[in-house]
Design a protein around this ligand. Structure first.
Ligand code: HPA
Length: 287
């Protein structure tokens, strides 16, 4: 069997992408990486300024094809915090391999980011949770059947492939969100490969396994980030009750419409989180 592992090494490719990013943005380093999934991109309008770089100008990125996903990175300064926004992301269901899905996170790591915020839209299993509002991800169950750590063991001093996932979603970041918005629930995100929505039986299974949210992104990026010891915050915008619980058939356009309707509130929360992280960053920075 021939190897399907892409060359060059994914971490080397990430370093090359980070070098081009630094050149194009004029910022040698970034601090925070924010992946804007469905419904979250509006935050870019609340954080003025920034320099855009098309994903395809950077080594290793395919063109995202999912509706509602752009294809650029935006570099911003938010009160001294160097923020890199991903306007769109790469999904497994577009036919890309797990290394391509994790490439943005790895590039951000190579660019100096110690923290990543992963946002998405998801179906919820709890009918008492409000639609159009975010859920804080406490943990995940990876049902994609793959991992970005598949392949040769990363070369030291990179951490080895047997990465600890005990606190993949950083408790301090979850607490920060609850401080800002105490009403938001927390839940376990179950990552499916998609692109079809789940069957009612799959949703029941997700519930029996301990899941409370279902979606088609985030888990591989969280694994890649946690492997590199980045701090991770995961936020899911609840756009619909999951299949079998939803009174209506699921529909991608409806998901995007719910995301769009709630974009201002959701973006405002994300902007507040980023400002809070900027404040913490400045308090920690050597004077
Ligand atoms: N399932 C999977 N992904 C989703 C859903 C869902 O119900 N809603 C939004 N993204």
């Amino acid at each position: 069997m021939t190897s399907t592992f892409p060359l060059p090494d994914p971490f080397e490719l990430a370093r090359r992408a980070a070098a081009v990013l630094a050149e194009r943005t004029g910022r040698a380093q970034h601090d925070l990486f924010v992946v804007l999934g469905s419904g979250w991109a509006h935050v870019a309008e609340l954080l003025p300024g920034g320099i855009d770089v098309a994903m395809t100008q950077l080594p290793g990125f395919p063109e995202p094809s999912a509706a509602g996903h752009g294809g650029a990175f935006r570099s911003l300064d938010v009160g001294g915090l160097r923020v890199l926004l991903a306007l769109g992301r790469v999904h497994l269901y577009e036919g890309h391999d797990p290394q391509a899905v994790a490439h943005g996170v790895r590039m951000a790591w190579a660019a100096g980011c110690g923290t990543v915020i992963l946002t998405n839209a998801a179906g919820i299993l709890n009918p008492d949770w409000p639609l159009g509002r975010p859920i804080v991800i406490s943990d995940h169950i990876n049902l994609t059947g793959t991992s970005p750590l598949t392949g040769p063991n990363p070369t030291p001093p990179l951490p080895g492939r047997f990465a600890d996932m005990s606190t993949a979603y950083t408790p301090a970041l979850r607490s920060l969100v609850h401080r800002l918005e105490p009403s938001l629930p927390e839940g376990v995100y179950v990552g499916f490969r998609g692109p079809q929505f789940e069957t009612p039986a799959e949703v029941r299974m997700a519930g029996l396994l301990g899941g409370s949210l279902v979606g088609m992104s985030t888990v591989l990026e969280a694994i890649a980030a946690s492997h590199l010891r980045m701090q991770v915050l995961g936020l899911s915008l609840a756009t619909n009750l999951a299949a079998g619980l939803s009174p209506a058939p699921l529909d991608g356009d409806h998901v995007l419409a719910v995301a769009r309707e709630n974009a201002p509130w959701v973006a405002d929360l994300l902007a507040r989180i980023i400002h809070e992280l900027a404040t913490e960053h400045n308090q920690q920075a050597p004077q």
